[in-house]
Design a protein around this ligand. Structure first.
Ligand SMILES: Cc1cc2nc3c(=O)[nH]c(=O)nc-3n(C[C@H](O)[C@H](O)[C@H](O)COP(=O)(O)OP(=O)(O)OC[C@H]3O[C@@H](n4cnc5c(N)ncnc54)[C@H](O)[C@@H]3O)c2cc1C
Length: 325
């Protein structure tokens, strides 16, 4: 805790990532704290394969491409990024603010809250299995597509994300099977049509009863829902795609002014606490739009307002094109 950052940003979604880059542009000493194992927030966790059409300057890009572009941009000023580091609370501590996390405490002169929809956690497989298989045979995200090449893959889930993953893995994996508890899939009609005309084998209506380690992989024992025959699938990898649950109840413990669980901010994105700002999906103000573009616009205002408060002596051009980077 010897070090005091200029700005600690809570939440490494698209808005927190852009704020961390922009703060670097303003020569701030930045700490970015992300509760999960990956940066990127909702686009990375919920819709990697879906096209986004309303990010300025891009004709279209999917959630994964947006995360990759933001990661490249973020790397320019090398902020201190801590993954798997969930902020539990923070409080004024003399001149500074102390943030407590599951990975220790940090000190900063100011805070930007960019916690979006809240702390994410993947919905767990409710079947019995040895959790030592997590990250080896049983997965909740796909951090590296290459590791799935020529693998026999089973995907559990029936929503958009499960279907997107089945279609994305089909050309790479040796085989892809989907397990869903209903006969119908909940995905976009066009995605469901692509799925039905693909080589992905559909196992419906089935639930996963348990998963056993086997020679060279795992056995996935399926429990029929109605009238179907019992089945066992053998696979190298199981991807559980039951979506993510998000929880923004944490905000209630942070002494912030809230309106329907959203943080109330002023025109500079200040909260009711000194040098604590908030941006992105976590906030509310009249006509707030929960869009990536809005969050990207809020980030520079918050950062510039903080820098004017904590480093009023620093003069820098407003336009990045006038900076020697
Ligand atoms: C299916 C879907 C499609 C969408 N399509 C579009 C679209 O086409 N265009 C568009 O503009 N928007 C779209 N959105 C909305 C867009 O994704 C959000 O507006 C955007 O992700 C908000 O970014 P954010 O950084 O504020 O929050 P989030 O993306 O929610 O990221 C918040 C991050 O904070 C982390 N976090 C939370 N609490 C803590 C804590 N206590 N400690 C540390 N880390 C924490 C979370 O783990 C997460 O990574 C879509 C959303 C969904 C679900």
């Amino acid at each position: 805790m010897d070090h005091t950052y200029d700005i600690a940003i809570i939440g490494g979604g698209p808005v927190g990532m852009f704020a961390a880059f922009y703060a670097g542009l303003r020569s701030a000493d930045v700490l970015l704290l992300e509760g999960t194992a990956q940066l990127g927030g909702q686009p990375a966790a919920l819709y990697q394969q879906k096209q986004i059409y309303d990010v300025a300057g891009f004709y279209a890009l999917n959630g994964r491409e947006l995360t990759t572009a933001l990661t490249q941009q973020l790397a320019r000023f090398q902020p201190d990024v801590r993954l798997n580091t969930r902020v539990s609370d923070f409080a004024k501590d003399g001149e500074n603010i102390t943030l407590n996390t599951n990975n220790g405490s940090f000190q900063a002169r100011s805070v930007i809250i960019a916690t979006g929809a809240g702390a994410f956690a993947p919905r767990q497989l409710a079947a019995s299995y040895d959790h030592a298989l997590d990250g080896k045979r049983v997965f909740y995200t796909v951090p590296d597509l290459n590791a799935w090449t020529d693998q026999d893959v089973v995907i559990a889930g029936g929503g958009d994300t499960a279907i997107d993953w089945a279609l994305a893995l089909e050309p790479i994996a040796r085989s892809v099977q989907l397990v869903h508890r209903r006969q119908q899939f909940r995905g976009l009609e066009s995605s469901v049509q692509r799925l039905e005309s693909s080589s992905v084998q559909l196992n419906t209506p089935y639930l996963i009863d348990h998963v056993d380690a086997a020679d060279q992989g795992i056995d996935i024992i399926l429990k029929p829902v109605r009238g179907a025959e019992p089945r066992t699938l053998h696979a190298d990898k199981l991807l559980v795609s039951y979506g993510f649950s998000s929880d923004n109840r944490q905000l209630r413990a942070w002494n912030l002014e809230l309106d329907h669980s959203q943080i109330v901010v002023d025109r500079s994105y200040r909260t009711n606490q000194e040098l604590v700002y908030a941006i992105g999906d976590a906030i509310t103000y009249p006509d707030k739009q929960k869009l990536i573009a809005s969050g990207f616009g809020e980030a520079p205002s918050a950062v510039n307002s903080i820098m004017n408060a904590i480093h009023p002596e620093r003069r820098q051009p407003l336009h990045s094109s006038q900076m020697n980077l």
